[in-house]
Design a protein around this ligand. Structure first.
Ligand SMILES: Cc1cc2nc3c(=O)[nH]c(=O)nc-3n(C[C@H](O)[C@H](O)[C@H](O)COP(=O)(O)O)c2cc1C
Length: 362
């Protein structure tokens, strides 16, 4: 299966399947002499790890990251740093239970990639979806942790802003709250409502969709490129590549359709630092595909978990009508664990944009 690599100068390749020996990534093009410990990667992986609350899958994966290459101890500082060579990260699979999937080996799970993969490749990895499993997103998170080292002046934070029909109150947005509840939710009141709602959904054997917002602050003006290398296009592509993502918005996104020109254009006044001071940020920090210096704001919609305990209609590989109930352990709202994944994808795109900007403009 091709297309397992993304990025240009900061180039990420991921490998592995849900129920194989493990998963991982190779990051090529990372600049040398950046401090990097396995613990830096582990901290990010722990945020995505399953089994941390009753609102995520009970699959118990420690997701322990091993740094296989691309780092060594710097004699002068005694710190471990990148060498400029490919950085390989390996995460062992330790809690795979293929038997959970045995009774669905010949049935296509609705909402999953089963039929599409089989139609394309003619071989079916029924064990948790194989390569299409979102276990792969752990490798993205590992790459994102390395990307953050390339752009230390940029702060990239994500939050769950909607679950089903429930939305946060943006007036109550508190970034500190994100680390205090199991939803990565910036509004404490909304997190309580999410909990009640998701408990009911989980007990009913169902699932629910969500919207995640990622904000990158500290990106200077000038990153990204016009036309085919637009920063917003690259962010949209990266976020859309995440499992279960069905919509991406930058800035005000689809809401701009309802605006007039005077409402939409972000007005400017002369700032004290020789740069414009924008009076609003409907553009989400990007104009003409190039960063403006304003926060970059991306949102993505995550579909409800397809594997649910409620029986659904489907077909077998032999094209007979049947029903399916997906057992195994699944997230009732995959949007929650998609938050660190979204942050990681934004980090990788921005690290790549920074290196390309430095390469062309200095
Ligand atoms: C972090 C994360 C965890 C996920 N966990 C599950 C899960 O437990 N069960 C499930 O049915 N889908 C899960 N998904 C979604 C599937 O991986 C995805 O829907 C499937 O591979 C089909 O791909 P597509 O939705 O991108 O078309 C998860 C997605 C993400 C981002």
């Amino acid at each position: 299966m091709s297309h397992n690599t993304f990025g240009h100068l900061f180039r990420v390749t991921t490998f592995g399947e849900s129920h194989g020996a493990g998963i991982g990534c190779v990051v090529d093009g990372c600049p040398p002499r950046l401090p990097l410990e396995a613990a830096d990667i582990q901290a990010e992986l722990d945020r995505r790890r399953p089994g941390t609350s009753r609102f995520t899958t009970q699959r118990r994966e420690p997701d322990e990251a091993r740094l296989l290459s691309g780092v060594m101890t710097d004699d002068e500082t005694g710190r471990q740093v990148t060498t400029g060579t490919p950085i390989a990260v390996f995460i062992e699979n330790v809690d795979q239970r293929s038997k959970d999937y045995g009774d669905i080996r010949d049935k296509y799970r609705p909402g999953h990639a089963d039929y599409a993969y089989d139609a394309k490749y003619g071989i079916r990895d029924y064990r948790g979806g194989g390569r299409s499993s979102a276990r792969e997103t752990a490798a993205r998170v590992a790459a994102g942790a390395i990307a953050r080292k390339v752009i230390p002046g940029v702060t990239i934070r994500g939050a769950l802003v909607q679950m089903g029909a429930l939305k946060i109150d943006r007036e109550k947005w508190d970034w500190a709250e994100v680390a205090r509840n199991p939803f990565f939710c910036p509004d404490a009141g909304a997190a309580e409502r999410f909990a009640d709602d998701l408990d009911a959904i989980r007990k009913a054997g169902s699932s629910i969709g969500a919207v995640v917002e990622v904000v990158a602050e500290g990106v200077p003006p000038g990153w990204g490129a016009p036309i085919y290398g637009k920063l917003d296009a690259e962010l949209a592509s990266a976020l859309m590549s995440v499992n279960a993502v069905k919509g991406v918005e930058l800035g005000d996104g689809f809401a701009v359709a309802e605006l007039t020109g005077e409402e939409n254009a972000d007005e400017m006044r002369a700032g004290n630092d020789g740069k414009p001071r924008f009076l609003s940020n409907r553009a989400g920090g990007i104009l003409g595909g190039i960063s403006t210096g304003q926060p970059i704001v991306a949102r993505f919609a995550v579909k409800p978990t397809s594997s649910i305990l409620k029986a659904r209609l489907t077909v077998t590989r032999a094209m007979e009508d049947t029903e399916i109930v997906t057992k195994g352990r699944h997230d009732p709202c995959v949007g929650i664990r998609a938050v660190p994944v979204g942050e990681a994808m934004v980090a990788c795109v921005l690290a790549d944009a920074f290196l390309r900007h430095r390469g062309q403009v200095g």
